[in-house]
Design a protein around this ligand. Structure first.
Ligand code: NDP
Length: 280
């Protein structure tokens, strides 16, 4: 499954729709501290914004920023009409309570989809702003016409960012979903029954060829650095057994940024009230 090509099409579509809007679309990114990987992610998000006609507003705060200061900035961004989406890059320094910061973001500007209000709407089957990685996976499954109704889906991983929301989205499409995690017994047997398998663990090659049902659709979310190379959670030879498979890199990763742009456009529509947000 070519995530790079699909992501490019999504980004072009977002750019067309942003250009047609009669109000501005702006994404504020907030980076606290000097984590090099986070800095790269934020830079990529900003340049993707510019390319799509979304105005980027970047705020870089030092590693010794207090929670109070960060919450103050979030409040300013909530009130700023030019800012239609807010993204606080995670992880935050340990002294800051991440959940408190996420809760402080206006749900209607929460383009990461991590606010409990947006997570709650997803649980209720009324998706609003969705976490970008699971949203990108669903877009790939739609593009490749993977049949989900009644299919057995196994999600390995239960994080709030990937595992739980993708499980809920698959359930929303009437798949029969199992969520596995580090305490799961006999993962191999569960995997062999799966028509759709999503690996979101962060352990290189943990899903082996032998674990797969022949013809299964395999979504590899993992990003692992092994001997200078980036690899997923699925072993390379799995492609010989899988029906469809997302490569790493070039599968889920590019879709994540594309869906962030799509969310920023959707958030702008909520604020312009051309789209109804369920909290009114
Ligand atoms: P977390 O570390 O938050 O979650 C990992 C999950 O894997 C946990 O639920 C954990 O179980 C489970 N797990 C760990 N070991 C095993 C095991 N042996 N068997 C079964 N399950 C296990 O990670 P994230 O969800 O944030 O990310 C997962 C991966 O996806 C990472 O490699 C990350 O880099 C990548 N990622 C990629 C993105 C992209 O855009 N492509 C975006 C986001 C993440 P337990 O809960 O019991 O500890």
């Amino acid at each position: 499954m070519d995530g790079k090509a699909l992501a490019q099409r999504v980004r072009e579509q977002v750019a067309r729709e942003v250009a047609e809007l009669d109000h501005p679309v702006g994404l504020a990114t907030v980076l606290v501290g000097e984590d090099p990987a986070s800095a790269v992610y934020v830079r990529n998000k900003q340049s993707a914004c510019r390319e799509a006609g979304i105005e980027p507003f970047h705020h870089e705060l030092s590693a010794d920023t207090t929670q109070h200061e960060l919450l103050g900035l979030v409040a300013e961004l909530n009130a700023d009409e030019r800012v239609t989406g807010i993204l606080v890059q995670l992880p935050l320094p340990e002294v800051i309570d991440e959940d408190a910061v996420i809760r402080a973001i206006d749900p209607v500007k929460d383009v990461d989809g991590f606010h409990p209000a947006n997570a709650g709407f997803l649980v209720q089957g009324r998706p609003t702003l969705l976490p970008a990685t699971p949203a990108g996976i669903m877009e790939l499954l739609r593009e490749y016409k993977v049949s989900l109704s009644g299919a057995r889906a196994l999600v390995i991983g239960r994080s709030n960012i990937v595992g739980k929301p993708i499980a809920l989205l698959l359930l929303g499409e009437s798949a029969t979903v199992t969520i596995a995690h580090s305490r799961t017994r006999d993962l191999e047997a569960l995997a062999r029954e799966a028509d759709v398998l999503v690996a979101a663990v962060g352990r290189a090659g943990m899903v082996t060829q032998e674990m797969l049902k022949p013809g299964a659709t395999v979504i590899d979310v993992g990003i692992n650095r092994v001997e200078g190379r980036v690899v997923g959670d699925v072993a390379e030879d799995a492609r010989e057994v899988a029906g469809l498979l997302t490569p790493v890199p070039g599968g889920v990763g590019p879709m994540t940024i594309a869906m962030l742009l799509k969310n920023t456009l959707q958030a702008a529509r909520y604020q312009a009230r051309t789209l109804a947000f369920p909290l009114g």
